[in-house]
Design a binder for this molecule. Structure first.
Ligand code: TXA
Ligand code: MG
Length: 325
């Protein structure tokens, strides 16, 4: 594996070639870092599952260069999905659509739908465009972490998490810290109105204002979204929500909350945007410091705050697959 700390036109061209040759390329997006592979190459895709330790029936998001590639991967696209794509792409939003023949079972986990996203990070966009220029149709990329663990928001975090599993020829592209910090909003667009499968920075209100339709939230038990499993996004330290931290605990809380004596402050965000941006890094730093317990005081309010609370509740939940993280 090679770590590329500066992304020039030349390195991005080489990274696109690596993808075409079946290698994995971890790359920055504005939400979190992705572990990319050629979405048309079943062998490369199987390496994503091995590298993450993820069950192979969990579908992958295909990252495309622009809205006009939607029609390659999807069919029977409803008008409201086009409206959402126009309003929020490039950006932190994934649309789930009825798949075309291009979207094979090895990407969709055997489901009849495909998740598509145009990311807003310049390195991600340049990589997808270069890949397209050499005949690539899309880059499949889950978050670049082991299954069940916290998503990486820096290239260093990707390296720390995946270096033991990446092979010669694989790359990690460093594009700085992900500025959103929580994964994309996932919207199921296969029904008469948008249905939210995963909360994110594109909020229910934004979806309603864009489409003129009420966006319902799916019942997690009805969907196969690994990020919707009760236990996910978990560090090794035990995450406890909304209690008073005691000496030796880590603490993540809004900046107006003081740090009790002997408590290790891991983050003190002053806005919800900052909270989302620093959260995963702070959870990772708890493990680096070898802490047993991280106390997290959740942000109040809706929109992005609701997405943050969604992730926190999963990170605090103890489920069977934490052993995988
Ligand atoms: O922000 C993001 O979405 C990041 C960056 C790298 O783009 N990607 C990401 O991928 O979070 P991943 O695989 O870690 O999470 C995507 C979630 C998974 O839980 C997967 O099951 C779900 O999206 N998903 C993908 N395709 C789907 C589909 N067709 N139907 C329902 N859920 C789908
Ligand atoms: Mg993930």
């Amino acid at each position: 594996m090679t770590f590329l700390s500066s992304c020039t036109t030349e390195t991005i061209k080489n990274a696109a070639l690596s993808l075409k040759n079946g290698h994995l390329v971890a790359f920055p997006t504005e939400t979190v870092y992705g572990l990319g592979a050629d979405a048309s190459n079943p062998i490369a895709i199987s390496r994503i599952y091995e590298t993450k330790g993820r069950p192979s029936d969990h579908p992958l998001i295909v990252h495309i260069a622009a809205l006009d590639a939607m029609g390659q991967w999807a069919q029977e696209i409803p008008e409201y999905a086009i409206t959402l794509a126009r309003d929020f792409w490039p950006g932190p939003m994934t649309l789930v659509l009825k798949r075309s023949d291009l979207a094979q079972d090895f990407i969709t986990g055997g489901q009849e739908t495909i998740g598509l996203r145009v990311p807003a990070h310049p390195v991600a966009l340049a990589l997808i465009q270069e890949f397209k220029a050499i005949g690539g149709k899309g880059i499949a990329a889950p978050s670049a972490n082991r299954f069940g663990a916290v998503s990486p928001t820096t290239a260093d975090a990707v390296e720390e998490e995946l270096a033991p599993y990446l092979l010669a020829g694989d790359l990690i592209l460093d594009g700085g810290q992900s500025l959103v910090g929580v994964e994309s909003t996932i919207i199921d667009c296969t029904g008469p109105a948008p249905m939210i499968l995963r909360l994110g920075a594109i909020t229910p209100l934004m979806i309603e204002e864009s489409t003129g339709m009420i966006a319902l939230e799916a019942n997690p038990s009805d969907i196969r979204v690994s990020g919707s499993m009760a236990s996910h996004y978990s560090p090794k330290a035990k995450v406890i929500l909304d209690v008073i931290a005691v000496a030796g605990d880590g603490l993540i809380a809004p900046d107006q909350i003081p740090t009790p004596n002997g408590v290790i402050r891991l983050a003190a965000p002053s806005t919800n945007e900052e909270y989302a941006r620093v959260l995963y890094h702070a959870l990772r730093s708890a493990d680096q410091k070898g802490l047993q317990v991280v106390v997290v005081l959740q942000p109040g309010g809706d929109g992005l705050a609701a997405a943050i609370r969604d992730r926190l509740q999963r990170s605090a939940s103890e489920g069977p697959h934490q052993v995988n993280s």
